[in-house]
Design a protein around this ligand. Structure first.
Ligand code: HAM
Length: 438
């Protein structure tokens, strides 16, 4: 048997509804925040991510799926969406749009060669959003509010927002010097990876999963303590806007995030939920004022975030929402071969009218057809035999009431629609009795 690749997942039909429900909420909130969808390719020239995300990050050093295509081009399956969005904005000169910031969201599979575990796959899905072309702290606050609203709209509990500031280039340089000096006498206490990180890019030592609880890292200088006045003001303004919106957050001085492009504000949204296991971070993001110039574009400051869809779904499991059994409108029981052609015509017409109809494909006897209908959970049974065909009628049985009526084939569609509408009306929203969302 050929099995799926380690770290990938099939999303089976019985799981699709929860994905679609999640997608619908996310897309609705995105509309509220006035963001438009953008789609970029799943693979890009490797250089984009090496330059964009940073050569010394774990993502690029250890996790990318890189390959040479048949034309010997170095290609990478995208590990994240931000670099691609920036590339397309540069390539298509979207930055020339006077209506700034550009506001885009994206959704799709990403690829990282990580050790698979609950909430961590090699192919996973991200929903992300980027606001491009403004350096204002209002946009930092707007993006934190957007990501916070998403979690509120999903009714997730025990959510916390962590924020920090890395400052812009000069603050980052000052801090890097401090950190390098601090670490210089402690290199021996670091893990082997961090000894390399110390030489290549000391910032990366700060998000080491092995050393994170060591005294060396706990006592290390923190970026936020080395911000210049301008960068400090930027951060204070972001905080004051969040306060204005009553969004609760904690300033986490250790938060640096695992991608090199960040400047100023970085943030993460976490949920303390048993269903998430060790992967409590649902999403994260931050400002990246120089990614455009790094990738050959103009000076174009931006902020964004991304959520892991699989992690959001795990978090939603904590809500214990009872999923109603999916229901079809009607199941057609066909009595005998002679009625099949006419029955198919009836079914086709009902489907063209937007009704969800199914029937038996295996020439089962009557009893087996009823059994199959039961499994499909229809609102109505449509029973069609030769007598009915000759009279131009069909028997319609309402499963809930048990009532059975004979209906002319010409009136079948309107009868079903009226019955369905009446039933929905009597439920008036969420129906306790039948436990359906009406
Ligand atoms: P990131 O923190 O690398 O940021 O990923 C964002 C989210 O994607 C994570 O919080 C997590 O929920 C999910 N995620 C990451 N890796 C995996 C994995 N292996 N399996 C399952 N879920 C995963 C970014 O990707 C940035 N591009 C975010 C951003 C946008 N910053 C600015 N704009």
């Amino acid at each position: 048997m050929i099995t799926k690749v380690k770290g990938t997942q099939d999303i089976l039909p019985n799981e699709i509804k929860k994905w679609q429900d999640l997608e619908n909420v996310i897309f609705q909130v995105s509309k509220l925040y006035h963001f438009e969808e953008i789609r970029t390719p799943i693979f890009e020239n490797s250089e984009l991510f090496h330059r964009g995300v940073g050569d010394t990050t774990d993502i690029i050093k250890k996790e990318t799926y890189d390959f040479l295509d048949r034309g010997d081009r170095s290609i990478t399956l995208r590990p994240e969406g931000t670099a691609s969005v920036v590339r397309t904005v540069i390539e298509n000169k979207l930055y020339a749009n006077p209506n700034l910031p550009l506001k885009f969201y994206y959704y799709g599979p990403m690829f990282r060669y990580e050790r698979p575990q609950k909430g961590r796959q090699r192919q996973f899905h991200q929903f992300g959003a980027e606001a491009l072309g403004s350096a204002s702290p209002l946009v930092d606050a707007e993006m934190i509010a957007y990501s916070y609203t998403l979690l509120k709209a999903l009714r997730l509990k025990n959510v916390s927002v962590k924020i920090n500031s890395l400052g812009d280039t000069s603050s980052k340089e000052t801090y890097k010097e401090k950190l390098t000096t601090y670490l210089s006498s402690k290199v021996d206490t670091l893990c082997t990876d961090c000894q390399r990180r110390y030489l290549e890019n000391p910032y990366r030592v700060l998000d080491c999963k092995v050393d994170k609880d060591s005294d060396t890292l706990k006592e290390a200088p923190k970026p936020i303590d080395y911000l210049n006045d301008e960068d400090k003001t930027h951060f204070e303004q972001v905080c004051s806007y969040l306060d204005g919106m009553h969004i609760e957050y904690v300033v986490d001085k250790n938060l640096v995030r695992g991608l090199d492009y960040y400047t100023h504000t970085v943030f993460e949204l976490e949920a303390a939920l048993d269903t998430l296991g060790a992967q409590a971070t649902l999403g994260g993001g931050g400002r990246y004022n120089h990614l455009f110039s790094t990738l050959g574009g103009p000076n174009f400051p931006a902020v964004g975030f991304a959520f892991g869809m699989e992690r959001l779904l795990l978090a939603l499991e904590s809500l214990e929402i009872k999923e109603p059994t999916p229901q079809i409108h009607a199941f057609m029981i066909m009595l005998g071969d002679n009625v099949k052609a006419k029955a198919l015509e009836v079914i086709l017409n009902l489907r063209h009218g937007g009704l969800l109809i199914d029937y038996d494909f295996f020439d089962h006897n009557l009893k087996a057809q009823f059994k199959q209908a039961e499994r499909q959970n229809p609102k109505f049974l449509l029973i069609f035999g030769e007598d009915e065909m000759n009279k131009g009628v069909i028997n319609v049985k309402n499963i809930k009431t048990g009532e059975q009526i004979e209906v002319g084939l010409n009136e079948l569609y309107t009868t079903l629609i009226t019955e369905i509408q009446n039933e929905q009306h009597s439920c008036a929203g969420h129906c306790e009795e039948c436990d359906e969302d009406c």
